[in-house]
Design a protein around this ligand. Structure first.
Ligand SMILES: Nc1ncnc2c1ncn2[C@@H]1O[C@H](COP(=O)(O)OP(=O)(O)OP(=O)(O)O)[C@@H](O)[C@H]1O
Ligand SMILES: [Mg+2]
Length: 480
């Protein structure tokens, strides 16, 4: 589990990258320093050998190797101290050597001797000289086209090798220690960075449909994690809202169905209490049928709305002549208007208006709005329906040709400002008791809104209490 965690992976990557960097840097340091030190030894040996070659060939030379350290040290800034010097003749026999060589001699290989006789200088490292590693330069002295002598100068490599060894030990201790510290630091950083992610996980674990009001604490600043938390909180808010709506919807739906059921049961119970005349039974059955019809309408509307939620209501699109369907719908509700002596009129100055849509649904939309107008307008009022075209004069690519407006106005009771945005919600009725008397369940406008939006249009209301209401449906104009 721990190996799967992001924390572990981040730390491992961090330490691996650092390890590669540190090892490369240490190797570079070690090899550069070693190269520099060896080269510096070689340069010094080469200079000293050159000097000795020229000094020893001078005819006035009183040069003795035994005490050469003093004059050489004084005349140059070379330090012959600790250097072994030996001069051989051209065949390799030892001529002179420095005191510090005592009774030993610097080794000279056959190869080096051959190089010298060819006039070539040779640098070599010898480990056969006691315990001390020696760096030896072998320089042939050429006089009049002939090798006259061979100068050998050697120096101990002990200091150089000690220094390099010490550096190696230091690196061997510090690099792994640095890596251990880095892995602790890396873990600390990863923990710190991922702590909010743990918080998110825990909160998400705690959240169920029962406590969707929980939120994750926001961090200071605006980094990626804060944005994640914000997005997560917004998502929970949306879920919370939808859950509330669903709860509200189910409780409203059951309440709505309970009322007609209670009435139905009451009527049947009363009917069964004693024997009655046929007319009485008929009357009761008629009343029963009314309640049953009301329930069927509610159930049908609910079914339609829940299908629209799942996008499962297909629209059968085709050219719809709004003028014609308006004429039909007005005919259908004429009786209702007459019963309340309401003046129902249609205004259509723009000729035949055709849109692309679902004939049945658009009829339902018109019926809902006109029915509402009649329902919520007192007797002797008026309801007018007008169709209007609004052509888009300047049209950008992809934009539709304009709008068709269906305007349903009444001189009814009007709707308070605070209720205007809610009337499109499911089951919302401004005055429940009054609306029930009229047979409404508060679903008509929700369905109308869905129909308008499914046709890429919209619906809005303008209203003033006691004066009347105007519902405006905007549908995109069809281009044929
Ligand atoms: N023309 C109107 N004038 C005044 N109030 C209205 C008008 N139309 C709708 N309302 C208010 O909006 C509420 C919701 O209307 P909606 O059509 O959704 O439901 P309903 O008419 O009560 O019932 P249903 O349409 O389902 O039979 C109504 O109850 C009423 O209070
Ligand atoms: Mg209605």
């Amino acid at each position: 589990m721990i190996f799967q965690s992001l924390r572990f992976k981040l730390t491992v990557w961090y330490v691996l990258i650092l390890a590669v960097l540190l090892v490369s840097f240490s190797s570079f340091l070690y090899f550069t320093l070693s190269n520099m030190l060896y080269r510096s030894v070689d340069n010094k040996l080469r200079s000293l050998a050159g000097l000795i070659a020229s000094e020893s060939s001078s005819p006035l030379s009183t040069f003795g190797f035994g005490d050469m350290e003093q004059p050489l040290g004084a005349s140059t800034n070379l330090k012959p101290i600790g250097k072994f010097i030996q001069v051989l003749d051209e065949s390799g026999r030892i001529g002179q050597k420095s005191d510090n060589l005592k009774n030993v001699q610097l080794p000279i290989s056959l190869n080096t001797l051959r190089n010298a006789s060819n006039g070539l200088i040779t640098f070599e490292t010898s480990r056969s000289f006691g315990n001390t590693p020696l760096r030896i330069v072998t320089l042939p002295v050429i006089e009049g086209n002939q090798i006259s002598r061979i100068v050998q100068v050697a120096s101990s490599l002990e200091d150089v090798e000690d220094a390099l060894h010490n550096l190696f030990v230091i690196l061997l201790i510090t690099v792994p220690s640095a890596l251990v510290l880095a892995s602790l630091g890396g873990q600390f950083l990863a923990n710190k960075a991922l702590k909010p992610v743990d918080d998110i996980t825990q909160t998400a674990h705690r959240i169920t449909s029962q406590n969707l009001n929980q939120r994750i604490k926001l961090l200071k600043g605006r980094d990626e994690i804060s944005r994640l938390i914000e997005t997560f909180n917004e998502m929970i808010s949306r879920l919370d809202k939808s859950f509330q709506q669903i709860k509200q919807f189910s409780s409203d739906a059951s309440h709505e169905l309970k009322t007609p059921l209670t009435i139905l049961r009451g009527e049947v119970e009363v009917a069964l209490r004693k024997e009655r005349a046929v007319q009485e039974y008929e009357q009761i059955l008629r009343s029963n049928l009314e309640e049953i019809n009301r329930m069927s309408t509610i159930v049908e509307d609910l079914l339609l709305l829940s299908k629209t939620d799942m996008d499962a209501v297909p629209l059968h699109r085709g050219p719809v002549h709004l003028t014609e369907i308006l004429h039909d719908v007005v005919g259908q509700v004429g009786i209702l208007a007459q019963a309340k002596q309401i003046h129902l009129q249609t205004v259509n100055s723009d000729g035949d208006i055709t849109v692309l849509g679902d004939d049945l649904r658009l009829r339902q939309l018109l019926l809902n709005l006109i029915e509402n107008g009649i329902k919520y307008t007192p007797e002797k009022g008026s309801v007018s329906v007008s169709l209007r075209k609004e052509v888009n004069a300047v049209r950008a690519a992809g934009e539709h040709a304009g709008f068709v407006k269906i305007i349903v106005s009444d001189t009814g009771i009007g709707i308070d400002k605070k209720d205007q945005e809610k009337i499109f919600d499911r089951f919302y009725r401004v005055d429940k008791a009054r609306s029930r008397e009229q047979g409404g369940s508060g679903l008509g406008l929700s369905i109308s809104k869905w129909i308008a939006e499914a046709h890429q249009g919209d619906i809005s209301v303008e209203s003033e209490l006691e004066k009347g209401s105007t519902f405006i449906v905007k549908l995109p104009m069809a281009v044929f």
